[in-house]
Ligand binder design. Structure first.
Ligand SMILES: Nc1nc2c(c(=O)[nH]1)N[C@H]1C(S)=C(S)[C@@H](COP(=O)(O)O)O[C@H]1N2
Ligand SMILES: [Mo]
Length: 556
């Protein structure tokens, strides 16, 4: 078999394996599908710099990039397996078995996995192996070129007398007579350098390629169909059925002018559809509120277990809180402000009654992700919430439905556990949450930052008055002052828009009398304690980026 055909057989076998695993995963859950399971393992295991690179390059699309990358890598391996299988079938089959084993291992080591999660990879592996066999040694294999060495010509006894054919026709020649008519492939015999295994019978080639088409098509239909079906088993219907209680303490009314409503400037309240999403989940966890439970346990005197209805029955408060990701670069957009509805975590913790020394609350998600938050900080009176509502709706599924944590003043990775099902009281000395062994700081207070949203580097600016505007944040400390400077000149005070509390970002604006030429705009904020934002540039790891946001513009 030629390399090309062998590679095609390998890729088709892999497509069948991955495709048919999807409908099986409809029964066992989307995270047991091999591509997702292995992808999830990759997310947990890839070295931190690579992950940083992925977030920097692909941002919120990092997961799609990962899946496409995994699929391409897999296709390359599958092609190689096909080539190996053409030499020694067992090598190819062992390769497929190894991949199936990887899929099984990945599916079984995920949080909350059970034995059934092995099924998609096993079924996929078996059918993938069958496919490879069919192409290499089974009914779809390529048959050798059906050429048999020509019987030695016997010029002395031509079947047709030369005279009857005429001199212009080769039909009566002995060579033509040796090969039967109507079989042009056979007529010429094999070309020079022909090797029996390299050329195949055209009929078997058509059968092979038809097999590739039919099987790859079936794999695609099974894969996409299974994936969509699995999606229909999601919780969007259950989410729509949720009626949120009215807050006992509603959010403060937005002061007039909190939103300057300028083009390019981030709106004061971020709509749910535009809210950044960062998590390690390759498929969004689908948590049925009917079976959701929260356990508050560990080093507490009074462990608590709550159902969703019991949580909703508690008095709720509604607060604006600006959430920020530690991976947000200076000038980046991994930050958003929403109105959250939820139960104060302080009340739940007070009831659970933590033991002395239990200085860390570990939030644990259904998918096993964890974050560690200082117990004292959750009880210091700030509006730390076990949230069920976001901007007047039940939490969007991707933002943690049915319940997540929201803590003013802390980066999301140490506080904002989505799909939360457990709060475990422990100590920082005893437990490292998900990102800590991966090189991030155990403590993650949000650093004072500011951003220029308008103008942007590519804007066409004309000389004269230009509105420079943006946002600044120092959650739970508040912003006292924002300053702007042009071309390294003196700092000028910007005007701060009003805000509801110290827990949200604030919009700022400054009128610039722009002159023609290239200019550099810079912004810095000072928090309400009087501490200015540091000019020192720091990368996002291990505990958040710093530096002044700098924008270069051209004025005509
Ligand atoms: N279950 C779970 N919760 C999580 C994460 C995660 O990976 N898994 N990521 C955290 C991080 S790093 C951030 S910045 C916030 C982002 O919340 P959002 O996606 O709703 O904006 O969620 C936090 N909660
Ligand atoms: Mo984050």
């Amino acid at each position: 078999m030629s390399r090309g055909f062998a590679a095609l057989a390998g890729i088709t076998a892999a497509a069948v394996a991955i495709g048919v695993a999807e409908p099986v995963a409809v029964l066992t859950g989307p995270r047991s599908a091999p591509l997702i399971a292995v992808g999830g393992l990759v997310v947990d295991l890839v070295p931190e710099p690579l992950k940083q690179f992925a977030i920097a390059v692909f941002g919120t699309y990092d997961k799609i990039a990962l899946l496409v990358g995994t699929a391409l890598l897999l296709a390359a391996f599958a092609a190689l397996l096909g080539v190996l299988a053409a030499r020694r079938l067992w090598l190819g089959l062992v390769g497929i078995a190894a991949f199936a084993a990887l899929g099984v291992a990945a599916a079984l080591t995920r949080a909350g996995a059970d034995a059934a999660d092995a099924l998609p990879s096993l079924v996929g592996g078996a059918l993938g192996a069958l496919t490879l066999w069919a192409f290499v040694a089974g009914p779809l294999q390529l048959e050798p070129w059906p050429w048999t060495p020509p019987t030695p010509a016997v010029p002395s006894t031509p079947s047709t007398p030369p005279s009857s054919a005429g001199p212009s026709s080769p039909a009566g020649s002995p060579e033509a007579a040796a090969s039967p008519a109507g079989s042009p492939e056979r007529a010429g015999g094999p070309p020079a350098g022909w090797e029996p295994l390299e050329r195949s019978d055209p009929e078997s080639r058509r059968r092979f390629l038809r097999g590739v088409g039919v099987l790859a098509g079936t794999a695609a239909v099974a894969g996409v169909g299974g994936h969509l079906l699995a999606g229909r088993r999601g919780v969007s219907a259950a989410r729509k059925a949720v009626t949120l209680p009215a807050p006992a303490a509603p959010a403060p009314a937005l002061p007039a002018g909190a939103d300057l409503s300028l083009p390019q400037l981030a709106s004061y309240v971020t709509p749910n559809s535009g809210f950044y999403r960062i998590d390690t989940a390759l498929v969004v966890p689908q948590v049925d509120p009917a079976s959701w439970r929260l356990r508050i346990h560990g080093r507490v005197r009074n462990p608590i277990e709550l159902s969703f209805d019991e949580l909703l029955a508690r008095p709720m408060i509604e607060r604006y809180v600006t959430l920020a990701c530690v991976s947000n670069e200076v000038g980046g957009d991994l930050i958003g402000n929403a109105r959250w509805l939820g139960v104060p975590l302080k009340e739940l913790l007070d009831e659970a009654d933590p033991e002395p020394g239990a200085d860390q609350v570990v939030g644990r998600s259904v998918d096993g992700w964890t974050c560690g938050t200082p117990t004292a900080l959750l009880r210091d009176g700030r509006d730390a919430l076990l949230a069920v509502g976001m901007n007047g709706e039940p939490l969007p599924v991707a933002h943690g439905f049915p319940v997540r944590m929201v803590v003013p003043g802390l980066y999301g990775y140490v506080s904002a556990c989505k799909w939360v099902t457990e709060l475990e009281l422990t100590s920082f000395a005893d437990f490292d949450a998900y990102w800590v062994p991966r090189g991030w700081s155990a403590q993650g207070p949000i650093k004072t930052e500011s951003r220029i949203d308008t103008p942007r580097p590519r804007n066409r600016l004309t000389a004269g008055p230009v509105t420079v505007a943006g946002v600044a944040w120092a959650q739970h400390r508040g912003i006292r002052k924002v300053e702007v400077r042009v071309d390294g000149g003196p700092w000028r005070a910007a005007t701060l828009a009003p805000t509801v509390s110290v827990d949200t970002w604030v919009q700022w604006s400054w009128r610039w009398d722009a002159t023609p030429g290239e200019h550099t705009l810079q912004v810095r904020a000072t928090d309400a304690d009087g501490v200015p934002q540091t000019p020192q540039r720091a990368p996002v790891a291990p505990d958040g980026a710093t530096g002044w946001h700098t924008v270069k513009v051209t004025v005509r």
